[in-house]
Design a protein around this ligand. Structure first.
Ligand code: G1P
Length: 292
């Protein structure tokens, strides 16, 4: 299937407790990373991989997200009247990006439950799931490679990253075997957020998945797991021991914007690399760091 036909699902229903009070009245996906909300980067990544039908699964405080991808006629009219085409273009960019749909999760029963809410929109087709907390640097390739692996094999493909074993308890962890392709592994088992001593490896699941539609039937019967939530990892474990799951090992730049320290690092790194802000920010950063 060409990626033009593949739909992406972005679950954006998490409570954002790590960012309270900023997320008291605003979804964490709307926190700005330089000058765009985090979720816009994820939508842009989908579009770069050739996906232009995107379903966002909303939780509470939904309006900010859907408003962001809608037009704002009075603001646009005002900017056009002033001849501020640069800002007008930036305001319109998020509206014109892709064909964006929304649905509600209802009760927050976990990532697996959120993904299941996409079933009627996705239908009987392979689809991508992209978690809004994980930003993949646009200079590094991931989703396209995953789509290629799925197109080649027809299998579910997940993204993995080697992490410090002390951090594996924050992720789904994968047991893996090598394949003939470098950085493509066969996933033989998955466990959600294991203790360090129980983890099958230090290969962590990161927030990009290319899923075959069979996952929906599995999710329908997946019992609540870790944290009392319906875990996508548990459904993928069933696929790993059944049809088979491949892992693409990512070695590029990933920012976990759900973590406060990583969020700050993401803003600094992305701003330092930008043409408009980098030339002023980089020398300032050097002076600032020299005084620490
Ligand atoms: C989710 C998944 C976990 C995965 C992580 C990646 O957890 O359940 O398997 O490793 O995303 O960011 P969350 O971070 O939403 O708790």
């Amino acid at each position: 299937m060409s990626s033009a036909k593949i739909k992406a699902v972005i679950p954006a229903a998490g409570l954002g407790t790590r960012f309270l009070p900023a997320t008291k009245a605003m979804p964490k996906e709307m926190l700005p990373v330089v000058d765009k909300p985090a979720i816009q980067y994820v939508v842009e990544e989908a579009v770069s991989a050739g996906i232009n039908d995107i379903l966002i699964i909303l939780g509470r405080n939904k309006n900010n997200i859907s408003n962001h991808f809608d037009s704002v006629p009075e603001l646009e009219h005002n900017l056009a009247g002033k001849g501020d085409h640069d800002r007008l273009q930036r305001v319109q960019a998020s509206t014109d990006l892709a064909d964006i749909h929304f649905t509600r999760q209802g009760e927050p029963k976990g990532l697996g439950h959120a993904v299941l809410r996409a079933r009627s929109h996705v239908g009987d087709a392979t689809f991508a799931v992209m978690l809004g907390d994980d930003l993949i640097d646009e200079r590094d390739e991931l989703l396209t490679t995953m789509l290629e692996q799925n197109a080649r094999t027809g299998l579910t493909v997940i993204a993995l990253m080697e992490v410090d074993p002390d951090h594996i308890h924050m992720y789904g962890a994968a047991a893996v075997e090598p394949t003939d392709t470098p950085d493509v592994v066969r996933v033989t088992g998955l466990v959600e957020k294991p203790k360090k001593e129980d983890a099958p490896s230090n290969y962590a699941v990161i927030g990009r998945y290319v899923l075959t539609p069979g996952v929906f039937d599995i999710l329908e019967r997946t019992e609540p797991g870790k944290g009392g939530e319906i875990q996508l990892t548990d459904a993928l474990q069933e696929l790993a021991v059944g049809d088979g799951v491949l892992g693409v090992v990512f070695r590029g730049r990933r920012y976990d914007t759900g973590d406060r320290l990583d969020y700050i690092k993401a803003i600094v790194q992305l701003a330092a690399a930008r043409e408009d802000l980098g030339p002023d920010l980089r020398p300032w950063l050097k002076d600032f760091a020299a005084d620490l």
